[in-house]
Design a protein around this ligand. Structure first.
Ligand code: KIV
Length: 263
């Protein structure tokens, strides 16, 4: 059955929401119906395209990957990231959010930003587009902040995050991603909000959890954040299988008679 935003919101305090990223139809079809939510994250700029950060991806690339992900999905709720620079003001944000909604079957768009994005979130939500907010460590700010910084270390920063989450819910966000923040702050936010919180590196008490697929399956090797649990050693498996294939081709062991068409 298709997961709607109402179904996900109804899980709050009852059952944890599960989420993962996907960037193509092959993997989204493997994840579909085993997971509540699939995010077409702009992390694809790093994991898929090999770029240094998420900043350079554009709206058309996000749409291309979202279309592919949607083709593989029947049941999971699909969220697409609005890329850096695509929501600098309400007019631009509405235009680009509309473009994603019109060209794909994504169920919601996601916006990184603090309290200054409240008006933009409200204006997109008023257009009838579901908006997921994303606060805490925001990868789109990594360059201007000089790296990926864990948030909520000081009392003031913690309070700012809590106030921000409350304001973004009031603005009309249907869900909120809490990334890279101290667990106690994420817990307070989760208790204060009616909408679900989806944690990544924000402790156990969020209403749900999300991980980047290439991190959790051991394919992304540049770095491994503390919060990632590796469920598979994907790169070793692939490399070992590839070595075997190369050996088989060189030795004439592949293809066999059974793998050949006979005249
Ligand atoms: O782009 C992404 O994959 C994300 C997750 C880290 C939540 O925003």
């Amino acid at each position: 059955m298709k997961r709607t935003i109402q179904a996900l919101q109804a899980k709050k305090k009852i059952e944890k929401i599960t989420a993962i990223t996907a960037y193509d139809a092959l993997f989204s079809s493997l994840f579909d119906n085993k997971i509540d939510m699939i995010l077409v994250g702009d992390s694809l700029n790093m994991s898929f395209s090999g770029k240094e950060d998420t900043l350079s991806i554009g709206i058309d690339e996000m749409i291309y990957h979202t279309k592919a992900v949607c083709r593989g999905v029947k049941e999971s709720f699909i969220v697409t990231d609005m890329p850096f620079g695509s929501y600098q003001n309400s007019k631009m944000a509405i235009k680009n959010a509309n473009k994603i909604y019109k060209n794909t079957s994504a169920d919601a768009i996601k916006i990184e930003g603090d309290i200054r994005r409240a008006e933009i979130i409200s204006n997109i939500a008023n257009e009838g587009i579901a908006v997921v907010a994303h606060i805490g460590l925001m990868p789109q700010f990594a360059r201007s902040e000089g790296g990926y910084k864990i948030k909520g270390k000081t009392t003031e920063e913690g309070k700012r995050l809590i106030d921000c989450a409350v304001e973004l819910e009031k603005a009309g966000a249907c869900m909120i991603v809490l990334e890279g923040m101290y667990s106690n702050i994420a817990t307070t936010i989760t208790q204060a909000l009616q909408i679900p919180t989806i944690g990544i590196g924000s402790g156990v008490n969020c209403d749900g959890q999300i991980l980047v697929w290439s991190d959790m399956f051991g394919f992304f090797q540049k770095f491994k954040p503390k919060f990632v649990r590796k469920y598979l050693d994907g790169s070793t498996l692939i490399q070992n299988s590839l070595e075997q294939y190369v050996k088989d081709v060189k030795s004439g062991n592949f293809p066999s008679i059974e793998e050949s068409y006979q005249g």
